[in-house]
Design a protein around this ligand. Structure first.
Ligand SMILES: Cc1cc2nc3c(=O)[nH]c(=O)nc-3n(C[C@H](O)[C@H](O)[C@H](O)COP(=O)(O)OP(=O)(O)OC[C@H]3O[C@@H](n4cnc5c(N)ncnc54)[C@H](O)[C@@H]3O)c2cc1C
Length: 407
């Protein structure tokens, strides 16, 4: 899009995975948008920009398919066909396997590069990288933003996709419930000698959960998995000081050699873990999506997927409204988005938080109650089907894009 064209239907602040996806989804249906990102595009394309992986549920994959992004990431993800949850490393397994693919694990950088390529080529999107906002004004007539190079952008709606410390959220005075976990996540990749068979393992220890997610293999004899290990903050420095060899030894002890001998193959990255959820997802001419609205514990792999659900619901709401002749910032449309997303976001946020608390309880009684509960769930096909559907992201008032239906 010609960048001298300064009037848009929506301005998106934040070009993370969710902001980029939102821009493409709206642009696909001829809703014209500007996306403003503070990072330089060359940095964002570098392999070191983000060392995380994400498990994309099969419902979220439907959005990527509808946007024709599936072709650019084809073969770059490993499917999760089964999830095995254990209390510790030797508790009875609770297995989720309903014969369908539950999710696909991608390196975040592969997703980011595919999204960036598509965004910069799209005629309905004007992108501003390494851009800094020096003034922002919202009134009855619209949104007005001035960038540090004096570019002046106007739109009907402002979409906040600017992550955990969202300035859009702060300037709209949207209240937040939040707390920090006394834990950090150690994130890395391991190579191991036993195949993962496309199984995701989630082991819950009192000190914090540990997840191993299948990744694409390097060769027929070298298999890879992504590690997310939540440990108490007090132990974080000690773990980070360990050499890769000793860290791998500790990991193998902790997982009881689940995947054979595992060795760390990428530098460990640490993330502070916190929970937040907004009281409202909208304000006058403002809608929040992704981590600007909510951030959950990464163990269940739902954070990015919640953001995909925001994008699908907001896109459907705005596209329906525009077809009826409404503008994107119309209060009725924002009220519809608010109703649609608030219950789902709160339910997933609370469920993820409660699971962590449940498994953190110490003592023999808590342990045997957990094991009885897990055995009962494992024997109940109905509950397991419901939980598998949740893992695939096909629950609630599903937006059309998530069920592979065009708008
Ligand atoms: C260890 C870990 C593992 C995870 N694993 C999973 C998983 O397996 N599955 C899953 O679903 N989720 C997972 N998540 C959660 C997921 O990573 C996040 O939910 C997701 O990355 C949020 O994306 P976002 O685009 O909303 O926010 P962000 O990625 O934070 O992006 C925000 C963007 O906005 C930009 N920005 C901020 N302020 C401004 C400004 N003023 N002007 C311009 N730009 C601005 C930033 O530079 C950034 O690019 C994990 C999280 C962690 C911590």
């Amino acid at each position: 899009m010609n960048k001298s064209e300064m009037n848009f239907d929506a301005i998106i602040i934040g070009g993370g995975l969710i902001g980029l996806l939102q821009a493409l989804s709206l642009a696909q249906f001829d809703v014209r948008c500007a996306i403003i990102e503070q990072s330089d595009i060359l940095d964002m394309q570098s392999d070191n920009f983000d060392g995380r992986t994400s498990a994309i549920t099969s419902a979220s994959m439907n959005i990527l398919n509808l946007l024709s992004l599936d072709r650019s990431i084809l073969g770059q993800g490993a499917n999760i066909k089964k999830i095995i949850v254990r209390d510790g490393n030797n508790g009875p397994p609770l297995t989720f396997d309903d014969g369908e693919i539950l999710a696909t694990v991608f390196e975040n950088q592969k997703l980011r590069k595919a999204l960036l390529d598509a965004v910069i080529k799209h005629d309905n999107i004007a992108s501003y990288f390494a851009a800094h906002i020096i003034d922002q004004n919202i009134d009855d007539y619209g949104v007005n933003i001035i960038l540090d190079d004096s570019t002046n952008l106007r739109a009907s709606l402002l979409i906040g996709a600017d992550g955990r410390s969202s300035k859009v959220r702060q300037s709209a005075k949207i209240t937040l419930s939040q707390w920090q976990y006394d834990h950090i996540a150690l994130v890395g990749a391991v190579a191991h000698d036993k195949p993962h068979h496309n199984i995701a393992h989630e082991l819950f220890f009192n000190e914090g959960p540990l997840a191993l997610l299948p990744m694409t293999s390097v060769s027929n004899t070298q298999y890879r998995s992504s590690l997310i290990w939540s440990i108490p903050q007090s132990q974080s420095q000690a773990y980070q000081k360990l050499s890769p060899k000793i860290f791998s030894h500790e990991l193998n002890k902790k997982t009881n050699g689940l995947l054979g001998e595992a060795n760390l193959i990428a530098p460990l990255i640490t993330y502070p873990l916190g929970f937040h959820s907004v009281v409202q997802t909208t304000a006058k001419r403002v809608a929040l999506i992704g981590d600007s609205a909510h951030s959950v514990h990464p163990i269940a792999g739902q954070g990015l997927n919640l953001g995909f659900r925001d994008v699908a619901a907001l896109t459907e709401t705005l596209v329906d409204g525009v077809r009826l002749g409404l503008e994107c910032g119309d209060a009725q449309l924002l009220a519809r988005y608010e109703r649609w997303r608030s219950v789902d976001t709160l339910a997933v946020s609370i469920a993820t938080d409660r699971i962590n608390h449940l498994f953190a309880l110490k003592g023999k009684t808590a342990k045997s109650m957990r094991r009885i509960g897990m055995t009962m769930i494992d024997k109940s096909d109905n509950i397991k089907t419901l939980l598998s559907r949740e893992a695939r992201g096909v629950v609630g008032g599903t937006p059309k894009m998530l069920s592979a239906t065009n708008l």
